[in-house]
Design a protein around this ligand. Structure first.
Ligand code: GDP
Ligand code: MN
Length: 401
């Protein structure tokens, strides 16, 4: 589960990680009272959305660009005007997709004189079976870019969660980055506090980009991105109120409500499968045959006619050029899946190719249901055949793959 920067900063404050003074505004009516509190000087106005790249992205209102997602204002008046102009708009960044993200809140944060920008992140690192802490002097840039062009500038330490955090870790990272001696101790303290936050709230990611040192020699987390492990949310139920579904892909929200797992991708072929392993195999084979999955929706191991129908409706709402249903009936019965498909197609007209591969439990009964329905469904004899058929059917003219 993702949260907003202002929410992440509230957690930072709670754990003693330094952040600048700021105000959250949801409604233009609040700008007056907040304005009375803003002290003279520079203020930074930041659109609150679940996506990075806001500094380079632009906010649109009624299709017109009104400004960037992060703007530095020379005085409170300009800050309030900027906040007013972007509230209610839509922010488009390289991370938001075509639809953009609604700007329902802005953070007005006291401006600081930046001396240097750093990068600091903690992640669940499956490869090294621990919590990896990554630090770099190349803050403010996209870390993927740093990893590609100057990998030696990213310093990593993996904490073994069974041993826990040791105070030398932050210091070692600071030394590797070449920090001035007077900055080492406070840096090390920040790393330690973020680790405590990470563990206590069951995070999967904490990213501070940039973590800055001001001209006055103060460390400050200027940006804050925190993601929680969904599977651990039951241990921190108070965190659920931080959820903002208006920031998520509508189809993913709808799927989650129906207890289906749905992942949206960049291609054009929708994949409806049962089981995560089969989802991976389906995507691999589509890719191998030159296609590109748009998503996968896993109906799980106990699909009913109803949730198959629901899955199919969600899938059709996503922009796909074709759908591949790939089901291996074990506990799930193929005839139940087939009945769900027929039911869903009774409600909506199918205007794109649909390839269905059924195997296992009640396969023949399922195929008969599809055939008797008279619907224009292409049936496949196995998984590879199905993938080939859907890739063929979804080939873009002139794309020549
Ligand atoms: P992102 O683009 O979504 O990652 O948003 P950030 O919160 O990282 O802000 C983008 C950039 O704005 C930062 O990298 C800083 O360079 C700049 N910025 C943010 N806050 C301040 C500030 O208080 N003073 C100054 N001068 N720049 C700031
Ligand atoms: Mn940032």
């Amino acid at each position: 589960m993702k949260i907003h920067e202002y929410q992440a900063k509230a957690l930072f404050r709670q754990f003693g990680v330094p952040v600048a003074k700021s105000y959250v505004v949801e409604d233009p009516d609040e700008l007056g009272p907040v304005g009375n509190d803003l002290t003279p000087g520079v203020w930074v106005v930041k659109a609150q959305v679940h996506a990075g790249g806001r500094g380079k992205g632009s906010v649109q209102v009624d299709g017109k660009v009104v400004g960037k997602g992060v703007q530095v204002a020379p005085n409170p008046k300009v800050a309030l005007d900027i906040a007013d102009s972007i509230l209610g708009g839509t922010l488009h960044t390289i991370q938001t997709g075509d639809r953009g993200k609604p700007v329902s809140r802005v953070l007005i944060e006291q401006g600081v004189d930046i001396e240097s920008e750093f990068y600091l992140a903690l992640i669940v690192d499956r490869e090294h079976a621990g919590i990896s802490i990554m630090a770099s002097t190349e803050g403010g840039m996209e870390i993927e870019e740093v990893a590609r062009t100057q990998p030696e500038k990213i310093h990593t330490f993996t904490v073994n969660p069974l041993i826990g955090y040791r105070s030398h870790i932050g210091r070692d990272l600071g030394v590797e980055m070449g920090l001035r001696p007077d900055l080492l101790v406070p840096f090390s303290a920040i790393v330690k506090k973020l680790y405590a936050l990470f563990m206590e709230k069951d995070c999967s990611l904490i990213e501070v980009n940039p973590l800055v040192v001001t001209k006055q020699g103060q460390w400050l987390a200027l940006d804050a991105k925190v993601t929680f492990d969904d599977n651990a949310l039951y241990r921190n139920p108070d965190l659920i109120q931080l959820q903002d579904l208006s920031q998520e892909e509508p189809s993913e929200v709808e799927a989650a409500e129906a207890r289906l797992s749905y992942v949206s991708l960049d291609g054009n072929i929708g994949c409806l499968v049962n089981g995560a392993g089969l989802a991976m195999a389906t995507m691999d084979i589509i890719k191998e045959l030159g296609g590109d999955p748009a998503n996968f929706l896993d109906i799980g191991g106990t699909a009913t006619t109803d949730n198959v129908a629901r899955s199919f409706e969600i899938m059709l709402k996503d922009k796909v050029d074709g759908i591949f249903v790939n089901v291996f009936g074990g506990i799930v019965r193929c005839d139940v899946v087939a009945r769900g498909l027929v039911e869903a197609l009774g409600q909506v007209k199918l205007e794109i190719p649909l390839v269905v591969r059924l195997e296992g439990n009640q396969r023949d009964a399922g195929l008969k249901l599809l055939e008797d329905s008279g619907l224009p469904i292409i049936t496949a004899k196995d998984m590879r055949d199905g993938a080939r058929l859907i890739v063929e059917a979804c080939k873009k003219p002139g794309k020549g793959n």
